[in-house]
Design a protein around this ligand. Structure first.
Ligand code: HEC
Length: 137
């Protein structure tokens, strides 16, 4: 074996180990898993509009049915966000100004562009109906 062949063998072995470890090691932080199991009730017409708006502007982070996404954003169907702790205004402020990370390890929420107050009211209606159906009020 020449030195060159040995070098090639070493490089190939290294690549194989690297690939194997990459495939075999689970990601440290799985992303995307829902963080709450949310029961979806019959929604009022206003809340259904809110759902559409939520899916457009919020669900990419907060997940469908506001169940959260591991590694991304918290579930809003959670005791922390019951009306007594986070009143309706906190939803408006969150969308308007963003949120500095404080309850969760997911980083800051950036302000949400292009959403009107009336649309946020419907999103709040939607989230509150989901919360109530899941024993959060
Ligand atoms: C880019 C990702 C992202 C998007 C899009 C997003 N959020 Fe958030 N949101 C977060 C994260 C992360 C937090 C958690 C901050 C923390 O650690 O408390 C959060 C927190 C919140 C809170 C809690 C605020 C507080 O005072 O603690 C509310 C309410 C909220 N989001 C509503 C919304 C609504 C409504 C939308 C859509 C209009 C939305 N979010 C879109 C990432 C996002």
């Amino acid at each position: 074996m020449t030195v060159r062949n040995i070098l090639i063998a070493v490089v190939l072995l290294g690549a194989a180990v690297f690939l194997y470890r990459g495939l075999a090691t689970p990601a440290a932080v799985p992303t995307g898993e829902a963080l709450a199991s949310v029961l979806v009730p019959d929604l009022s017409p206003g809340a259904r509009e809110g759902e559409t708006l939520f899916n457009r502007s919020c669900a990419s982070c907060h997940g469908s049915n506001a169940a959260g996404q591991d590694g991304v954003a918290p579930p809003l169907i959670h005791k922390i966000y019951e009306p007594g702790h986070h009143g309706d205004m906190s939803f408006h402020l969150a969308a308007r100004n963003g949120v500095r990370a404080h309850h969760w390890p997911f980083g800051n929420m950036p302000p949400v562009e292009g959403i009107a107050d009336a649309e946020l009211d419907k999103i709040v209606l939607y989230v509150r109906e989901l919360q109530r159906a899941n024993g959060i009020f």
